[in-house]
Design a protein around this ligand. Structure first.
Ligand SMILES: [Mg+2]
Length: 196
C-alpha cells in the first residue's frame, strides 16, 4: 500500500516547539490543549503564520522535536510504500529533508501539497492531523482511507463523520500502526458476499 504521512503534528511536534518559542518571544505561556482549532490565534496573531515564519529558519527546522513513537511507528510500516507529504513552504524544504534524513532515513519520497490539494496525493492512505485534509483525501475516492492523528486542534467543523467507514482516529503511533494493519488486512481479504 502507498501511505502518505504528514510531517507537522504526525512526525514532528511542531505545535509543542512553536509554543515554546511563543513563550520566549512574547512571554505568553500556552499548552497544547489551548490550541483547539487549526486556525488558532493568540493575542491577534495566527499560529500558522508564526510556524511559517519559524520554518524559514533552517536551524529551527533542523531541531524540531519528534512526535512520541513516530520513529518506531514508521519503521513498522516500512514494508509499505511510505512517503511524506507536507504543505510546508519551499523555503523550508532543504532543512526539512535534512531533518527527515536524520530521523527517518528510510523514508525517501517527499511530496509537496498545498493545503486544499491533498486529494492529489498519490496514495491509498493519508495520515494527517487535520480533519479537512483527511476529508478532502477520502472523499476523492471510496477506496481511500484516512487516519486522523488526533490532537486538540484536529477537529474543525467538517463533515468527517460522513466518511466514518473510511476514517480511523488515532491519538498515538501505536494505534496508527494497528489501523494500517487493519486496512491492509481488509485489502488482502476481500469482503465475502453474504449468502442467505
Ligand atoms: Mg499536519
Amino acid at each position: 500500500m502507498k501511505i502518505a504521512v504528514d510531517i507537522d503534528g504526525v512526525l514532528a511536534d511542531q505545535v509543542g516547539a512553536v509554543l515554546e518559542v511563543i513563550e520566549k518571544e512574547y512571554g505568553q505561556k500556552y499548552c497544547k490543549n489551548d490550541v483547539d482549532c487549526a486556525h488558532w490565534t493568540f493575542g491577534g496573531r495566527e499560529l500558522w503564520s508564526e510556524i511559517g515564519r519559524l520554518l524559514a529558519d533552517p536551524e529551527y527546522t533542523r531541531s524540531l522535536p519528534l512526535i512520541e513513537g513516530s520513529q518506531q511507528g514508521v519503521k513498522q510500516l516500512i514494508h509499505h510504500e511510505v512517503f511524506v507529504v507536507t504543505a510546508r513552504r519551499p523555503n523550508a524544504e532543504e532543512a526539512t529533508k535534512e531533518w527527515l534524513n536524520t530521523h527517518f532515513p528510510c523514508v525517501r519520497d517527499y511530496y509537496h501539497a498545498r493545503t486544499g490539494t491533498k486529494h492529489h496525493v498519490p496514495s491509498d492512505v493519508l495520515i494527517d492531523d487535520l480533519d479537512f485534509n483527511i476529508v478532502e483525501f477520502v472523499k476523492s475516492h471510496p477506496d481511500r482511507r484516512g487516519i486522523l492523528f488526533t490532537h486538540p486542534w484536529s477537529i474543525n467543523d467538517t463533515d468527517i463523520e460522513v466518511y466514518s467507514d473510511q476514517v480511523f482516529y488515532c491519538s498515538e503511533w501505536r494505534s496508527v500502526v494497528k489501523a494500517i494493519d487493519d486496512i491492509d488486512y481488509g485489502e488482502r481479504v476481500p469482503h465475502q458476499t453474504s449468502k442467505c
